[in-house]
Design a protein around this ligand. Sequence first.
Ligand code: NAP
Length: 286
Amino acid sequence: MAILINGKEVSAEVKAGVAAEAAKLKEEKGLKVGLAVVIVGNNPASRVYVNSKKKACEEVGFQSFEYALDENTTQEQLLDLVDVLNRDSRVNGILVQLPLPKHIDENAIINAICVDKDVDAFHPKNVGRIMIGDYAFLPCTPAGVMELIAHTGVEVSGKNCVVIGRSNIVGKPMAMLLLHKSGTVTICHSKTQNIADITRNADILVVAVGKPNFVTGDMIKEGAVVIDVGMNRLENGKLCGDVEFASAEKKAGYITPVPGGVGPMTIAMLMKNTLTAAKQQSRVKK
Ligand code: NAP
């Protein structure tokens, strides 16, 4: 039976470290770390995420600035707000909650965020820096997954790592971070043939597909580390991952639950990135 990787516990440790450093910054430099969170429209899932991010800011002693904009906000208006936040010295990190309403070009907004305040690490410059392994900010979800893997004590170096999913925010950067740790990485996607043959060779399996129960126990190598990034809302309102937990936990060595696995880590890593941004900006100002 697999050992459960407790994302709530690991994220609490990360946040405690961030809180201690934020308190030190305040004491030594009089600086209160600030995160601006922008939400456009009434997407209920986005509202839940934004509330969790605000709550995490409180926990670690950051100031949070929320900008809740109307669904009909124009791209120009949003760009103007980003411009104001880029120049606001109280704001160290800017997060624009995605998805945005269809009439707004997400890339145009991401590209407008100051690279030094891009705590989601979605700006093409930060994405490029991740590619070459010289980064200030790691994308929050893959960085959280790396923390969870580190927590198991399993070394990535030399291991067969399989990532299912190739999105810009999870799958691709995830594969890159595993590669930086010298894993032998295979990326699977919707056109991949015989996926189970590939996953059965994975010592470390990261699943980010967005389909409930996509990975079943028979697709997992005995003793593997299985990280379930999926967050799927079922008709009964319950949250479930991409991995069929009951069969998977019988095969895996370590496994994350949903909820309580990767989700809390994503937010903890956002706090870590915001702290990094504040430290960098305070150095520049001196
Ligand atoms: P996405 O942009 O929809 O990407 C899904 C990926 O899965 C795509 O690369 C797609 O392949 C692949 N895929 C779809 N069907 C497949 C199949 N039958 N076989 C193999 N691959 C298949 O989703 P995402 O943004 O990466 O998110 C993935 C999941 O993670 C979602 O459930 C999301 O809610 C969750 N998530 C959780 C967190 C967290 O903090 N826990 C953060 C972000 C996302 P193609 O590229 O070929 O279409």
